[in-house]
Design a protein around this ligand. Sequence first.
Ligand SMILES: Cc1cc2nc3c(=O)[nH]c(=O)nc-3n(C[C@H](O)[C@H](O)[C@H](O)COP(=O)(O)OP(=O)(O)OC[C@H]3O[C@@H](n4cnc5c(N)ncnc54)[C@H](O)[C@@H]3O)c2cc1C
Length: 434
Amino acid sequence: MTISNKPVSVIIVGAGFGGIAAAIELRQRGYEVTLIEKYTDSKQFGDIIDFFPNGGAIMGAWDNGRIGREILREGIDNCEKLEFYKYDGKKVYEEPWLEEPEDYYKQFGGHRGEIHLICLNYAKELGAVVKFGSAVSRYLDLDDRAAVELENGEILYADAVIAADGPKSIARQQVFNLPDTKVNSGYAIYRAFLTTTPDISDNELLKDLVTGKDKLKVWIGSHVHMLAYCWNNNRDIAWVITHKDDHEIEDSWSFPAKKSDVFKYIEKFDPFCIELVNQTPETSIIDYKLVWRDPLETWISPKGHITIIGDAAHCHLPTSAQGGAQAMEDAVCLAECLKLSDSNVKLALKAMERIRFNRANLVHQLGISNRDVWHYVDWDEIEKDPKKISGMRYDWVIRYDVLKETRKHYPAIAEDIISGKEGTVEELSLPARH
Ligand SMILES: Cc1cc2nc3c(=O)[nH]c(=O)nc-3n(C[C@H](O)[C@H](O)[C@H](O)COP(=O)(O)OP(=O)(O)OC[C@H]3O[C@@H](n4cnc5c(N)ncnc54)[C@H](O)[C@@H]3O)c2cc1C
């Protein structure tokens, strides 16, 4: 990787997977990076996440594979199959966890907090200045640069600000002068992470989860599905149940859950599922409301020095299984555009937006279509063609190499932007509002 000679400084707000990937990719190209995060540590980043090869390959490439190997040590590394069941426990389909053997170093899953800590340590090793426990309260879009104000009143200036501040982004409103447009997606998730106990490992009903091999199982019912994971040689277990929900979303989207409520959604499910919830300490279950946000018209501030990326720009539903990966694709594309533009911030941000906008928003929509494939399933159809139940791993999504695509498309797109051309016949190069 060539290092930039121009000392461009970048402030990144939010150290989720988008912000942290931006910090790493920008430091790798020699830019000054300050990463500001309101959480105090990686443990607050939650329970389970999967990265399919388009996202995993980004992490897998860091430090010649060292970061990927560290993630595999902590995460899912010997899962053979992804198993699909009808809600009542009838197995309908299974497919390999890895589509290709070389995906081993490109496809990751495991505890979010643990994967996050590995990435955070790498960002620090590369020299990113990391300020945890600091919240940004204001974004300032200035004529020649940008700034953020922290809650303690301190103002920090930089050549560019990247708002990677997630689904509750305040940048979305402040930078684009928009009302808060979150809407209840009509769905919520119960999620739980726990450590295996003897009551689980010796449990006749649950024996197929704790076999020593990493496991990933999915049960599908009408408007509700459940995923259960077990990994780290039987040590770690996580499950999520996505279900319909009409609760109003106000300030908080995340609540302690009651087991009695969880059981209502899985009454007719496999006794395995009921027993797994039964064995989960109630304090480990979170009730998380899923928010839908429509795509924005642009990701760039009026004066051109602030951009938003990741969930702040395209708030992915978990059923796309792509939110983290898309946030990281934004990050790589942005860093590479900055390098290719010879550190021209305005040009780089616009080029990043053109390269990323359509893809990120299409994948965002997949959150709904994937969910509906499962929630409106026709079991007679699945009996005839069981593979239809799988569906989530589209080649155009997971076989995409963001670095290669950025290098391929940047020259034409930069030329369009410089010449003031709004767009070309190529959809890829259309400006965001199209
Ligand atoms: C239950 C669930 C399961 C999911 N599973 C998957 C999956 O398997 N695969 C996948 O790819 N995606 C998954 N997703 C989606 C994925 O988690 C998100 O799309 C992804 O984390 C977005 O990353 P981000 O960096 O844009 O935002 P976030 O991870 O939300 O990070 C934003 C960060 O900004 C910080 N922040 C916010 N405001 C401020 C401020 N004012 N000042 C300072 N810091 C601030 C927040 O504290 C947070 O750390 C799932 C989501 C959910 C809810």
